[in-house]
Design a protein around this ligand. Structure first.
Ligand code: RP5
Length: 160
């Protein structure tokens, strides 16, 4: 597996499945797992500390509310970590976003948009990181981008 997709709860899956779907589309192998910074802190440490040795290249971490999972994962691994703020019920994901984005200098998390767009783009960005050293994935990304552009250019009428 090249990408690890982790999330704080099963309830995050409807959001995080969009990261998995993007990786499926681009033919990038990944694994998925529930790992909670607060409810399973030892599992988080074990997962992040072993990720590089297990061959993962990028980790996507999604969480909502007091969303410490991406930052704590980044603290335990030198791999790039992409954080997805899950849209919370109480504060619509503003809490998740601010929890993930305001990392202290020295430990980096690449923070995506709140919700499903952020999850899909996390999958895309993970593939783009891998594509710097993988021509097959690069070709898949370029095909995806061309099709996306052509789809708009070939369907310009919004009322149709
Ligand atoms: C976070 O708390 C999870 O990432 C999830 O977004 C949120 C709510 O979790 P559940 O109470 O639905 O399990 O840790």
């Amino acid at each position: 597996m090249k990408v690890g997709i982790i999330m704080g709860s099963k309830s995050d899956w409807p959001t995080m499945q969009h990261a998995a779907e993007m990786l499926d589309l681009l033919n990038v192998p990944y694994e998925t797992k529930v790992v909670s910074a607060h409810r399973t802190p030892h599992l988080l440490a074990e997962y992040a500390e072993s990720a590089k040795e297990r061959g993962l290249k990028v980790i996507i971490a999604g969480a909502g509310g007091a969303a410490h999972l991406p930052g704590m994962t980044a603290a335990f691994t030198p791999l790039p970590v992409l954080g997805v703020p899950v849209q919370s019920k109480a504060l619509s994901g503003q809490d998740s976003l601010l929890s993930i984005v305001q990392m202290p200098k020295g430990i980096a998390v690449g923070t995506l948009a709140i919700g499903t767009a952020g999850a899909a783009n996390a999958g895309l960005l993970a593939a783009q990181i891998l594509a710097t050293h993988d021509e097959t994935i690069m070709a898949n990304i370029e095909k995806f981008r061309t099709e996306q552009t052509d789809n708009i250019l070939n369907n310009p009428n919004p009322a149709e």
